[in-house]
Design a protein around this ligand. Structure first.
Ligand code: MLT
Length: 413
């Protein structure tokens, strides 16, 4: 019998979203008449169809695959040059960021990239995460053996937690000790907050002074509406010397079911070898990807390329505005119902304080039982998320309006 990776046994609970799904299934089995009424505003999964430009490009790509002269077998592991060029031109060079196409690695998901990056990092790093945080950053470090066990509140030994709550305006303090790796996510999942240029500059300066690596998750950058808020960490001078960035087509172009994302690993960004010498992370990531990943399908990459066409840009702006309008409706309805509400302006997530005396999971149960609405308990994102609750704006307008009416009625009781 094989032995197992015992670090998995340290994981305090099931992965958050399947755990929510399990509880919802249990509820609908016990209350079959309510099943059809349940509105899911938990996981941030998009609901609106792919935009026309992407659909047309993917249809054409399917036709390409049907003819010998335009058929594509294995593509380049790091992605097709035409997609990498389009990304660099539109997402980086147009914003004055010094990133080149050979620093872009196309992948199937930011979630996977955030997890897989640990393959190229040592196990002796001190790692900092915000609290609350996207659970993937923490759980993958637990699985990799980079942490101790979970304490009662769910925090793992060995990680440096940086609380983000209303008290510090959801802006984490710089660590008071030296950390080697820092995960940052802006616009933030789950709190919906953003980082100003000054805040990101502090992090870049900290990373430079301490030789730290920033893992910057910018999956929600398309939702930035306020002027002056950076969409990429590379808008900060010097960031390419300290940061890897993760981006996705899931939330801007609705690719959660289509799968396409990318990581930016700048050349010249280095890590330490055991003998004290420096080595380029780009080289290691390239080696990792070419060994463990065969690339994203030609059809999907053609779809992603269409995001950068003129029509694609207009259409995805429409999609993002649609979800942001949902976020506005949610924010205003919940404020009107007397709740304290954060986020939802530059992000598709609205982060609310639970009503007095209710824990995050208690409020989850109240909404599920009494309004048949599913959200995400803040404590599922970390101990400092306790007494908060996340509502996702990814839904149809009809469902959002209906959900707000039902929540309003429950809160009025
Ligand atoms: C979320 O709900 O936090 C996101 O959907 C997670 C993800 O994109 O993996």
């Amino acid at each position: 019998m094989p032995t197992i990776n015992n670090h998995f046994l340290k994981l305090a609970a099931g992965y958050l979203f399947p755990e929510i799904g399990r509880r919802v299934d249990e509820f609908t089995k016990a209350n079959p008449d309510t099943a059809a009424k349940v509105i899911k505003m938990g996981i941030g999964d998009v609901t609106e169809p792919l935009t026309e430009a992407c659909v047309v490009a993917m249809h054409k790509a399917v036709d390409d695959m049907s003819k010998r002269e335009s058929f594509h077998g294995y593509g380049p592991n790091e992605g097709y040059p035409w997609l990498r060029e389009a990304i660099v031109q539109h997402d980086y060079q147009s914003r004055g960021c010094d990133i080149s196409a050979d620093e872009i690695f196309i992948s199937d998901a930011s979630k996977c990239d955030c997890a897989n990056i640990l393959d190229i990092l040592g196990h002796d790093n001190t790692i900092a995460v915000t609290d609350p945080v996207y659970p993937v950053y923490v759980d993958t470090n637990v699985m990799a053996g980079n942490t101790g066990g979970a304490e009662e509140a769910g925090r793992y030994g060995g990680l440096v937690y940086l609380p983000v709550t209303a008290e510090n305006s959801f802006t984490p303090q710089l660590p008071t000790t030296k950390v080697d790796v820092i995960y940052l996510c802006y616009p933030n999942n789950p709190t919906g907050s953003v980082a100003t240029k000054q805040t990101l500059k502090k992090w870049v300066d900290y990373a430079k002074e301490n030789g730290s690596l920033i893992l910057f998750d910018a999956a929600y950058e398309a939702y930035v509406t306020e002027p002056g808020i950076p969409r990429s960490i590379y808008e900060i001078q010097g960031a390419r010397e300290v940061a890897i960035e993760f981006r996705s087509f899931s939330k801007n172009a609705g690719f959660t079911g289509t799968r396409c994302a990318f990581a930016v690993v700048p050349k010249g960004l280095t890590g330490k070898v055991a003998d004290g010498t420096d080595i380029e992370l780009h080289k290691l990531w390239s080696r990792r990807q070419s060994t463990k990943f065969n690339g994203v399908s030609y059809i999907v990459q053609r779809g992603a390329e269409a995001v950068y066409s003129e029509a694609g840009q207009q259409q995805i702006a429409g999609l993002v505005s649609f979800y942001l309008e949902n976020a506005r409706i949610i924010r205003e309805a919940l404020q009107g119902a007397g709740m304290t509400v954060f986020g939802g302006v530059n992000a598709p997530y609205v982060w609310v304080k639970t009503p007095a005396g209710q824990s995050s999971w208690e409020f989850f149960d109240t909404l599920l039982n009494d309004a048949h609405i599913v959200g995400t308990p803040g404590s599922g994102f970390g101990a400092s998320g306790e007494s908060y609750f996340r509502i996702s704006a990814f839904n149809s307008r009809e469902n959002v309006e209906e959900a707000m009416q039902r929540i309003g009625a429950v809160l009025a009781v």
